[in-house]
Write a protein that binds this ligand. Structure first.
Ligand SMILES: [Zn+2]
Length: 446
């Protein structure tokens, strides 16, 4: 090496070939002869490895895969056990921004975006707020929607409180929350759209159809297709009160796995009706459930609290939040349920309360005929639990008064699903919330 140190400054022009010779240990070239020009092939530099795909939280097909993985995985370790000073520590995972409605939400950020639901009567855009809480760690995309029926406001409060309680820095994955989907109905205190159509019979919608079909289409394309899983909040309809419960098509294994995450919240099998958001979402490969809470037109804080605990349990189950709610009660599963109707006109006076267990033949209430001072009992046709009931009110014969769920075990449901015994809902004329189907609820488009 000492020779090189002396020669290199003197033979500046030949420095490169000399160096090459040194390295190749070739015989030394005599001084004065022209330098031998050798074209060395460039050393092969290995191509940099492609960056790991972090798209799992931001494109529809992988959202579903991420959800499937999260369903299998346990809760995340959000507090890194590794010491940042140790060799094992690799730092927090990188999460790309979440893109929705043409906006980017950075990891660890909570933003309120706007979905253009269409134009109002005076023209101009009707803007519906859409919350995006994008966690600082990768995970599934969970969507929460409420007030598709504009008078069902328990869900509005549940979604609002859920979003406020989330800490994006401690969240794995993303929550998309829409407290009021049917802003048209909400501002009028109505279940329906201004054209009296039921928005929850028009999903996934059509861009050329009725008011309802267009609204459904826009919402489904812009928001629902970005969801890895979806919970749609509802209440009973027309002065009926529902025990907090989730309803889902338990024949689908991924849906059954999904609803098992709601802690002790009762689960009811229901195939659902054509056009419901959860049905359309499930058909698009997104596990979805309807979450029924209470009655329309009111906020029932006790029931809202029950729902919040169930959503916490679900998010823990999906490995989105680390804290496991204290909830040791086993989950009740009803794969059969039936509405018990009034057979006389009059005033309902109920004997039972929501959530109560009843025996077959037990009196559920009386229909009181105030004109002739007569009472007619309504009896439970089966043993089960009161999962929904009409509030005491006047009713005509045929009004759905009590909803009785027949409890089953998860194993029974799985085996029933496998053997095809879980069929479509039996009562064709009754919606899952007890409302009667009306012709105008169905798509009248040609
Ligand atoms: Zn509803």
């Amino acid at each position: 090496m000492r020779r090189v140190e002396l020669i290199v400054p003197l033979l500046f022009l030949f420095a490169v070939p000399l160096k090459a010779q040194e390295e190749s240990d070739a015989p030394t070239r005599p001084l004065g002869s022209p330098p031998e020009v050798r074209v060395e092939p460039l050393p092969e530099v290995p191509a940099p490895a492609a960056p790991p795909s972090l798209e799992a939280t931001s494109t529809p097909p992988t959202d579903a895969q991420a959800m499937a993985r999260a369903l299998e995985a346990g809760p995340p370790a959000l507090l890194p056990e590794a010491n940042p000073a140790s060799a094992a520590f690799i730092g927090p995972p990188l999460v790309p921004p979440f893109e929705l409605l043409g906006q980017k939400v950075a990891a660890g950020e909570h933003r309120v975006l706007e979905w253009k639901a269409g134009q109002g009567f005076a023209g101009g855009d009707t803007l519906v707020p859409v919350h995006v809480v994008h966690g600082s760690r990768p995970g599934p995309v969970l969507c929460l929607t409420a007030a598709i029926h504009g008078d069902e406001i328990n869900g509005v409060e549940i979604v609002r409180r859920t979003v406020n309680r989330l800490d994006a820095d401690r969240l794995s994955g993303t929550v998309i929350a829409v407290p009021i989907v049917n802003l048209f109905g909400f501002t009028r205190g109505s279940r329906y759209l201004p054209d009296r159509r039921d928005l929850n019979r028009y999903f996934p919608g059509s861009p050329q159809g009725s008011v309802a079909a267009r609204l459904a289409y826009g919402f489904f394309q812009a928001i629902v297709l970005r969801c890895g899983a979806l919970v749609d909040f509802h209440t009973g309809s027309f002065d009926r009160d529902n025990l907090p419960q989730v309803r889902a098509d338990l024949r689908l294994p991924e849906v059954l796995r999904f609803v098992r995450g709601f802690g002790s919240l009762p689960v009811l099998h229901s195939a659902g009706a054509r056009g419901m958001l959860r049905v359309a979402a499930t058909q698009a490969g997104i596990p979805a459930a309807t979450f029924e809470v209470g009655a329309p037109g009111v906020i029932q804080i006790d029931q809202v609290e029950v729902a919040l605990a169930a959503i916490d349990a679900l998010m823990h189950h999906l490995a989105m939040i680390p804290d496991r709610p204290l909830d040791d009660e086993p989950q009740a599963i009803f794969y059969e349920s039936r509405w018990v109707r009034a057979h006389a006109g009059g005033v309902l006076v109920a004997d039972v309360s929501l959530g109560q267990r009843v025996e077959a033949g037990q009196r559920l209430g009386l229909i009181v005929d105030p004109l002739r001072n007569r009472e007619q009992p309504i009896l439970a046709p089966v043993a089960g639990r009161v999962i929904g009931m009409a509030r005491n009110q006047v009713m005509l014969p045929g009004f759905a008064a009590f909803h009785i769920g027949e409890a089953s075990s998860a194993e029974e449901v799985s085996s029933a699903a496998a053997s095809g015994r879980l069929e479509e809902d039996g009562e064709e004329e009754t919606e899952e919330d007890g409302s009667e189907r009306r012709d105008e609820d169905f798509d009248l488009d040609p």
